[in-house]
Design a protein around this ligand. Structure first.
Ligand code: NDP
Length: 299
């Protein structure tokens, strides 16, 4: 689906797949609205005036509007107290029109991020970062209410590209709370045999070369070379790194953790950067909000 071939390698078009998912979501939102007279609601809390955070937030609100999800925006000043921020979260926890709550990170230094995120009701934790959701993801026989968006997007790219996971060797490069660790747990739940490579791993290339599926999430520009890959491997590149490029107006361009030009000669499937995992993250946020709403509205 929605992919193009380059040599023997399928370049997975994340933008097109995300577009398909958004249309599916828009249809489900319309169905909910027609049957129950209610639409999903997402609350987005932003603290301070960081330009990057503001642009992420406005992108998320725009994406909500496009599929019919109602967004509730709150802009708090940089010097807001932790108590005031938590109060806002509690308000949204008890608002029945809000099915998902998102606190845009990073937060200012005087605010304890861990404490704040733990205040979000697990039933509205659309980012999937609540320790209870991650804990359930890690445990056999338990199901989290929400899966973190970027890892969920990676698995969706695999499944919509027809790439089997069960019985396969998967190597995840990176072990962060938001990408590496949860994506490893999700692959494990899907019956892959999973190895995690991190900054202290010896001979990472030897381990990566054993993988049928590689998820690259180290934040290291073009670290994974063509000769690190097993021929035919499925390679999902989460990395988003700015590198100097004087030929561009901006003076930089974005590259992944995988050396794209080398990898496409060896891999069976490969995601580009940009246009691979990135668009899927926002699509999965919308999907999580829809799923949260369906759980509440349909009971
Ligand atoms: P973090 O910096 O939090 O984590 C990076 C991880 O990679 C760490 O576990 C680190 O190991 C490991 N690592 C760093 N260097 C190496 C190395 N040389 N070899 C092996 N492992 C290494 O990053 P994030 O997880 O937040 O993000 C990873 C990348 O994904 C970034 O480029 C980020 O921009 C991108 N990203 C993209 C998203 C999207 O929507 N497309 C969303 C989120 C992230 P250790 O634990 O030992 O320090």
């Amino acid at each position: 689906m929605a992919s193009e071939h380059e040599g023997g390698c399928v370049i997975i078009d994340g933008k097109a797949i995300a577009g398909t998912i958004r249309s599916e979501i828009a249809k489900d939102v319309q169905d909910l609205s027609q049957k129950y007279g209610k639409v999903p609601g997402l609350a987005v809390i932003i603290v301070g005036t960081r330009k990057d955070s503001q642009s992420y937030v406005s992108m998320k609100k725009k994406a909500c509007a496009e599929v019919g999800i109602k967004s509730f925006g709150v802009d708090l000043p940089e010097d807001v107290s932790e108590e005031e921020l938590i109060e806002k979260i509690h308000e949204f926890n008890s608002n029945p029109d809000v099915h998902g709550i998102l606190v845009q990170l990073p937060l200012p230094k005087h605010i304890n991020e861990e404490k704040v995120l733990a205040e979000i009701s697990i039933e509205k934790d659309v980012d999937g970062f609540h320790p209870l959701n991650i804990g359930k993801l890690a445990m056999k026989g338990r199901e989290p209410l929400f899966l973190p968006c970027t890892p969920k997007g990676c698995l969706e790219l695999l499944s919509r590209s027809g790439i089997p996971i069960k019985n396969k060797r998967a190597v995840v490069v990176g072990r962060s709370n938001i990408v590496g660790l949860p994506v490893s747990l999700m692959l494990l739940k899907a019956d892959a045999t999973v190895t995690i490579v991190h900054s202290r791993t010896q001979d990472p290339e030897k381990i990566v070369r054993e993988a049928d599926i590689v998820i690259a999430a180290a934040g290291q520009a073009m670290m994974i070379k063509g000769n690190w890959l097993k021929p035919g491997a499925a390679v999902i590149d989460v990395g988003t790194n700015a590198v100097d490029d004087p030929s561009r107006k901006t003076g930089y361009r974005l590259v992944g953790d995988v050396d794209f030009d080398e990898a496409k000669k060896v891999a069976g499937w490969l995601t580009p950067v940009p246009g691979g995992v990135g668009p899927m993250t926002v699509a999965m946020l919308l999907k999580n909000t829809l799923e949260g709403a369906i759980r509440k509205i349909k009971i």
